[in-house]
Write a protein that binds this ligand. Structure first.
Ligand code: GYE
Length: 307
């Protein structure tokens, strides 16, 4: 009968998987878009999702992964808040024969048999793009160029790598100096608070803000305005992520550039999970494609931005 044929068709389309997803938190616009992209992709493909928000705390992620193992999920999607300290729990998943897909952030662990693949952006390259933009922007300046840096979450891959890539580039010219560098935990509120402290101690001396994400930059922009300076003019503002809020700030002339970090890789991730269960061998490292956008492009591109 027709029904039989349809059922067969469904079986051929692949098995329904139970997927546990341990997400970092809800600290930024980027994260909200990423969570939705992954959740939608999993459920749209007909799989069952078990979701856990770690609120930026490693111990919550370790608990979530243990609970996924106890519930015998088929696969675990894991976005590690920090790079280190997950060996034991990842070994437990491996012992239980549950494949782990690292999404967005990676770990700093030698034994790469503890995960199946890592799908995410190249954060060092993002830092380099930020550095290269600044070097060009300041080509005619004699210097010194005083930079303050808002770092992401301490110990997280994007904070470590975006700092490294940026320093690698600006380090080639003596006129650049990072005069202050502190974490703002990737949130607007913390970005504003730390920028207030930077302004209090260094005020008019600050030429550039390099922020590891747009949300902290947006918080900092508020602090700069309240201090009585013009963000985007008196202080050059560099962000990362390319979220809608950054395009709005750029369209208002308050932010100069944002380096894209694309969070909408849910469908690509689900493809990889399905490929794995179809018996395919996956590369250990798979990259997400991205670009960079400046103030003069903001108004035109704003309506096309999906996050
Ligand atoms: O840039 C930031 C978020 O891990 C790439 O985390 C992600 C970063 C993103 O909080 O906004």
């Amino acid at each position: 009968t027709e029904t039989d044929t349809e059922e067969e068709g469904n079986e051929e389309a692949g098995e329904k998987l139970v997927i546990g997803f341990s997400q970092v938190g809800a600290e930024s616009e980027w994260r909200t878009a990423n969570t939705k992209s992954i959740q939608d992709a999993i459920t749209d493909a007909g799989h069952e999702l078990k979701f856990s928000d770690a609120q930026q705390k490693q111990e919550n992620q370790i608990k979530a992964i243990r609970s996924f193992i106890t519930q015998k999920v088929d696969a675990i999607v894991f976005s590690p808040v920090v790079e280190t300290g997950f060996e034991t729990v990842l070994q437990e998943a491996k012992d239980a024969n549950i494949p782990v897909f690292l999404a967005d952030r990676s770990v700093d662990i030698e034994d790469d048999s503890l995960w199946t693949t890592f799908l995410g952006s190249d954060f060092v390259e993002e830092g380099r793009k930020a550095g290269n933009w600044l070097v060009e922007e300041m080509a005619d300046e004699e210097g010194p160029v005083n930079i303050v840096e808002l770092q992401g979450t301490v110990g997280s891959a994007p904070a470590i790598d975006r700092k490294e890539g940026f320093e690698e580039i600006i380090g080639s010219e003596d006129k650049f100096e990072i005069i202050k560098s502190q974490t703002g935990d990737f949130t607007r509120a913390k970005g504003k608070e730390v920028m207030e402290a930077f302004l209090k101690s260094d005020g008019e001396n600050i030429d550039v803000l390099y922020s590891h994400n747009d949300d902290m930059a947006i918080g900092a922009i508020q602090a700069i305005e309240e201090y009585g300076l013009k963000p985007g003019e008196d202080i050059i503002i560099i962000g990362v992520d390319a979220v809608r809020g950054a395009f709005e700030a750029m369209a208002d002339g308050k932010m100069n550039v944002t380096i894209e970090c694309n969070p909408l890789f849910g469908p690509q991730l689900v493809d990889l999970i399905e490929q794995h269960f179809a018996g395919e061998e996956l590369e250990k490292r798979i990259a997400v494609e991205e670009s960079m956008y400046t103030m003069d492009q903001a108004e035109e591109l704003l309506p096309t931005r999906e996050y």
